[in-house]
Design a protein around this ligand. Structure first.
Ligand SMILES: CC(C)(COP(=O)(O)OP(=O)(O)OC[C@H]1O[C@@H](n2cnc3c(N)ncnc32)[C@H](O)[C@@H]1OP(=O)(O)O)[C@@H](O)C(=O)NCCC(=O)NCCS
Length: 155
């Protein structure tokens, strides 16, 4: 498996997997997510792929088959009440639905974690939806711990 920064040529594969994630979320929260859509438009995605502040890491097979991605966002924390530090926020992580459970996700996560460590980040954060039990189990298995709870009351 090869993991590296995503390229322009990955756009169609990334869009396909973004739709898979949207379906996972729409199954859990059909009130908040539209099945058949995705998080970013083609134009937004094209910008993100080129943005050094929002690196996307892509996993491919030796034959070039696209296996999965990890969207990240570099956050610089310099608030009045904060020790200055950098956080790598995982904006989206998805493995193609046909090859889940074969440790592509683990390889992507470990690659991104090592990249963050080498680039001076203090921590990695992300949001995961309540009832996305598979993803929660995955992140627990990667060693992540709950940092905060997001609360909601639907009216
Ligand atoms: C979550 C996801 C990225 C995990 O990637 P993956 O390649 O399928 O997972 P891995 O094979 O690397 O699993 C690593 C470990 O995570 C845990 N894990 C993974 N999938 C799991 C599942 N369905 N149920 C329980 N535990 C699971 C296991 O401990 C596993 O280790 P093991 O195989 O030695 O038991 C992938 O399933 C996915 O793309 N899901 C849909 C999109 C999504 O929900 N993304 C997260 C959005 S916040």
């Amino acid at each position: 498996m090869i993991i590296e920064r995503a390229k322009k040529g990955d756009q169609a594969d990334i869009e396909r997997l973004l739709e898979q994630v949207c379906k996972v979320h729409a199954d859990i929260r059909p009130d908040l997510f539209l099945e058949g859509k995705r998080k970013y438009t083609a134009a937004e995605l094209a910008d993100i792929i080129m943005d050094d502040g929002r690196p996307i890491f892509a996993a491919r097979d030796e034959d070039g088959t696209f296996l999965g991605y990890c969207f990240t966002v570099i956050e610089e924390h310099n608030g009045f009440n904060e020790p200055p530090h950098k956080t790598l926020y995982i904006d989206d992580l998805c493995v193609d639905e046909n090859i889940r459970g074969r440790h592509v996700g683990r390889s992507l996560y470990l690659y991104v974690k090592e990249w963050a460590r080498q680039n001076g980040f203090y921590n990695i954060t992300l949001h995961v939806w309540e009832n996305n039990e598979k993803a929660k189990s995955f992140y627990n298995a990667m060693g992540m711990k709950i940092q905060l709870y997001g609360m909601e009351e639907v009216l």
